[in-house]
Design a binder for this molecule. Structure first.
Ligand code: CU
Length: 467
């Protein structure tokens, strides 16, 4: 059976019975919810010899070649164009065409050579953050080495004796804020117990982009675009896990702010820092972990609660895009914005990006008489089509409407749905988003809305949005 048919069959069955795939979650029989007592004990699962590779969504791995047993990587520092939102492509700096740079994954005990080539217009040196390696390899300009001049290259060679979540970065501050960072995973010789079934890595970055500008302002203090692995939600690719599996997520942060990373629906334990694996005696339960500047945090949980769970930075301004940088007439206003004006602004953006915008959630007829209105009214901006990809198959209509900034989804899927979505990912099949009007969630439903409350007859039905 091809992927499309099989996916649609399950999706259709779900829609017929429950009103949408997402409605499989949280209805009928309540699923078991994460508690300490349901977690497998370390002794219950033995560790395999080889850990799973880490998946860094939206960022590729850096390939290597073998030279007499040494793993050789070619890392190229260069300017990069990165599309961080469907309507925003920035001129940043990174490595091998990627920002953040490609993920390096090696094993504890490996002999590693990284040949770093500089295709930037200025000199730089690269630092291996947290690695206990010889001083000459530390990448400190003028101390341990001369800066790498434009057009030249330098080889760094060392043996890896640690394991954990590390990263590499330029050691010059403005270059860091131009994006010059990448993840460096050191796998243990034997996987840590309890073993994980899924292992993900996410780099936290922030950007200062003045209106209508593509070059980050690295001296600014207003960081108005916030990214997971180089993209703002809803462009972030979800973490897809099988119900009942044990999951590790690793974060590293190189920016100007700390980021409290929060996971919905589950309780996790922090199992690692930038110093490597933490002893189990330190694993307290939590659902939010502060990832400070220059820090790494690994957390693990049993994905025992099915659903499409948000995973996001909880700084209120960090789960938004473009606090002060919106296109032309779509400057954010927290007072005196009326329904009709907001709709025109949304349509302007929708026309530019090419997505079909969806009417905002309901407001009261006298909303503009209430001091402070609007706050989050008019923020919702569904763009499911623009960000459609196999990993998003089966999400409810308008799932993307309030996904912004440092945010992604952890899709905890029952085995049948997990298999279907992963098959679609493998085959590169993107399912069309469900039609408008089939919303599974409680967002604006035109049919049950009192239209007399508003002056927006041109938006009174879904057809009105199809332009
Ligand atoms: Cu944040």
């Amino acid at each position: 059976m091809d992927s499309r048919r099989s996916f649609l069959q399950v999706a259709a069955a779900a829609v017929a019975s429950l009103g949408g795939v997402s409605r499989l979650f949280g209805t009928d029989t309540p699923p078991p919810v994460g508690t300490q007592s349901t977690r497998p004990k370390p002794a219950e699962r033995s560790a395999p010899a080889v850990p799973h590779p880490v998946i860094t969504p939206d960022v590729k791995n850096l390939p290597f070649t073998l030279d007499n047993g040494t793993k050789v990587f070619q890392l190229v520092a260069e300017p990069v164009k990165r599309k961080i939102a469907p309507w925003k492509t920035i001129d940043c700096w990174g490595f091998n065409g990627s920002c953040p740079g490609p993920t390096i994954q090696v094993n504890q005990g490996d002999q590693v050579r990284i040949v770093v080539e500089n295709r930037l217009p200025e000199s730089f040196a690269i630092h291996w953050h947290g690695l206990e390696i010889p001083y000459a390899m530390d990448g400190m300009p003028y101390l341990s080495q001369k800066p790498i001049a434009p057009g030249s290259q330098l080889g760094y060679e060392f043996t890896v004796h640690q394991n954990g979540t590390f990263f590499y970065h330029s050691h010059s501050p403005m270059q860091q804020m131009m994006g010059m960072i990448g993840m460096f995973i050191l796998h243990p010789t034997r996987a840590h117990a309890p073993i994980v079934d899924h292992d993900f890595g996410i780099v936290l970055q922030e950007w200062a982009l003045l209106p209508n500008n593509t070059v980050p302002n690295t001296a600014n203090m207003e960081w108005n675009w916030l990214t997971f692995n180089g993209v703002c939600s809803p462009m972030t690719t979800p973490l897809i896990v099988r119900l009942g599996s044990r999951v590790r997520v690793r974060f590293v942060n190189l920016g100007m702010d700390h980021h409290p990373i929060h996971l919905h629906g589950h309780t996790f334990v922090v199992t690692g820092t930038e110093g490597g694996r933490q002893p189990e005696t330190l694993w307290g339960p939590a659902n939010t972990v502060l990832v400070g500047v220059a820090q790494a945090r690994d957390f693990e949980f049993v994905a025992n609660n099915p659903g499409e769970w948000m995973l996001h930075c909880h700084m209120p301004h960090h789960n938004m895009n473009a606090m002060s940088d919106l296109l032309g007439d779509r400057m954010m206003m927290t007072a005196d914005t009326e329904d009709s004006r907001a709709l025109i602004q949304m349509q302007t953006l929708a026309d530019q990006v090419g997505f079909q915008h969806v009417h905002h959630a309901p407001i009261t007829p006298d909303a503009n008489n209430v001091p402070g209105f609007p706050q989050d009214a008019f923020m919702d901006m569904g763009m499911d089509e623009v960000v459609a990809k196999p990993e998003n198959n089966g999400l409810p209509r308008n799932w993307s409407a309030m996904m912004m900034g440092m945010m992604t989804l952890v899709r905890v899927l029952p085995p049948d749905l997990y298999e279907l979505v992963m098959k679609d990912v493998k085959n590169g099949y993107t399912a069309p988003p469900p039609p408008l009007g089939g919303q599974a969630h409680g967002e604006h439903q035109h049919g049950d809305h009192d239209h007399s409350a508003h002056e927006h007859t041109e938006h009174a039905n879904d057809e009105g949005h199809r332009r």
